[in-house]
Design a protein around this ligand. Structure first.
Ligand code: AHR
Length: 498
């Protein structure tokens, strides 16, 4: 049977905030050292930034990058990473049990962002520290001059303020693994007080409060409710994190997991709006899905790494074709709630559960998940349109009525193009797909990009970096305002129309 989607200009979900195509660099594994920063590498620039990696990041057009963690931030002293290199301390890093050499820090990250054409989303430490250190970092970062911290920045060689607009109030504070984990009440209070003084330093910033570390946390969604009750007026966004895996090699169930993401988003929106109603407030809290991805391939290898080395290969998932399909569906899930999901960060960007891999001293290449992320980031900006979809369905271990077709359409910013992103979750059958573009008049296909592979477990490696790579030979054909395509089994599709 056939899948069908009606796309109408007048049925809009909302503007796509480009920041949903954000990413994340944590001081973890080889994300920084050996990833974005490797002074000895032949491609390193004068600051030690790998220019081959910068080029691959530019290919994704990443609008914002969260930094410096993650779990790392909850034990981090930002002052360790600024000023003369020779004076920077080496520290035991307790979140990932490594040694942090502090050769790369806040200012280097900002320079890297400028060179890469992205913005920083900074996280402050609310694990071992509090409002005092957060306001000092903000003063160092954003205050023009004439105070202790702003003048210190100038002394460090940065005359102009960095003007960082987006700040995360800690990381996963509900998780027992977090340095300085807190109850919802403890966190809600410190988040509100930190937010208050940070906005006194710079009233133009936006703040993200920590939501639950996953939908599976025992305190979800009571955590969101309590935290927002205590900080509603002070914060602007609440965070969501989720990681999926295919540990039992049950691919139909694995590919259905984006439906769990849909309900996670739905419940967090409902909780935000419940607190809005309770407060009789006009303000809406939006969502920052600031950690999401597939993460499971590296779990076993990580359990064998000895502690206290510098930049060991941690969380180095090698992604395969089916992972790219789920990543595509997760992007579709966020676009479906473009009205409320205003920021998101694929976790992470380089080497650590990342679309980009490097070898120390060697090559850099694209993992399979690079492609759906790139396609949506490039072609998925504008207005998200309501996906009126009918599709044949299946049941999996954890989900019922899973549509084989997962799809969304985005009208471009200049309103001249429509792009349909579509996953066929069927593993062995092609899916006939009809798109009814009734309000668009006569359409033509610009291109139909397809990511497909016979082997769901096929991955790109240093030796064969292009085993899984998209092609533009998709079969979508337009006839007036109708488009017909036969979506390949287990495929990711980008149908661009004019
Ligand atoms: O992205 C890896 C880790 O996952 C982050 O440090 C943490 O916030 C989450 O648990």
């Amino acid at each position: 049977t056939k899948a069908k989607m009606i796309v109408d200009k007048d049925f809009t979900i909302g503007e796509v905030d480009k920041r949903i195509y954000g990413s994340f660099i944590e001081h973890l594994g080889r994300a920084v050292y050996g990833g974005i920063y490797e002074p000895e590498h032949p491609e390193a620039d004068e600051q030690g930034f790998r220019s081959d990696v910068i080029e691959l990041v530019k290919g994704l057009d990443v609008p914002i990058v969260r930094y410096p963690g993650g779990n790392f931030v909850s034990g981090y002293n930002w002052e360790d990473g600024v000023g003369p290199l020779a004076q920077r301390p080496r520290r035991l890093e307790l979140a990932w049990r490594t040694i942090e050499p502090n050769l790369f820090g806040f200012n280097e990250f900002i320079d890297w962002c400028r060179k890469t054409g992205t913005e920083a989303m900074m996280a402050v430490n609310l694990g071992t520290r509090g409002p005092e250190e957060a306001r000092q970092l903000l003063e160092y970062s954003n205050h023009p001059s004439g105070t202790y911290w702003s003048d210190l920045r100038i002394q460090h060689g940065y005359k102009q303020p960095h003007n960082i607009k987006t700040w995360c109030l800690g990381n996963e504070m509900d998780g027992p693994w977090q340095i300085g984990a807190k109850t919802a009440t403890e966190y809600g209070r410190i988040a509100a007080e930190t937010a208050k003084v940070m906005k006194w330093v710079d009233s133009t910033i936006e703040l993200v409060a920590c939501g639950s570390s996953s939908i599976g946390m025992p305190t979800f969604p009571e955590w969101e409710s309590t935290v927002l009750d205590l900080s509603y007026n002070e914060v602007d966004y609440i965070s969501l994190h989720t990681y999926y895996g295919n540990r039992d090699s049950d691919t139909p169930n694995f590919l259905a997991q984006s439906m769990g993401m849909d309900s996670f988003i739905h419940t967090v929106i409902a909780t935000c709006d419940y607190i809005q109603a309770k407060k009789r407030s006009k303000k809406k809290i939006n969502l920052s899905f600031d950690e999401w991805n597939v993460w499971y391939h590296s779990n076993e290898a990580d359990s064998k790494i000895d502690p206290w080395s510098i930049a060991p290969p941690q969380l180095e998932d090698i992604y395969n074709h089916e992972d790219a399909l789920l990543v595509g569906s997760m992007l579709i899930s966020m676009l479906k709630r473009a009205d409320r999901v205003k920021m998101a960060c694929i976790a992470q960007l380089v080497n650590v559960i990342a679309p980009i891999m490097t070898a120390n001293g060697g090559a850099a290449w694209k993992q399979t998940i690079y492609f759906p992320y790139m396609h949506t980031s490039i072609f998925g900006r504008g207005t998200a349109l309501v996906p009126l979809v009918t599709s044949p369905k299946y049941d999996s271990k954890d989900f019922t009525d899973v549509p084989y077709l997962d799809a969304i359409a985005v009208l471009s910013e200049n309103q001249e193009e429509v792009t349909v992103f579509a996953v066929n979750r069927h593993l062995s059958e092609t899916l006939p797909f009809e798109i009814d573009l009734r309000s668009f008049g006569s359409c033509r296909i610009i291109e139909h990009i397809v990511l497909e592979h016979d082997d769901l477990k096929a991955a790109n490696t240093i030796d064969v970096p292009d085993r899984v790579t998209p092609h533009t030979g998709g079969n979508a054909a337009a006839d007036g305002s109708k488009v017909e395509a036969l979506l390949g089994e287990a495929s990711w599709n980008v149908i661009r129309l004019k």
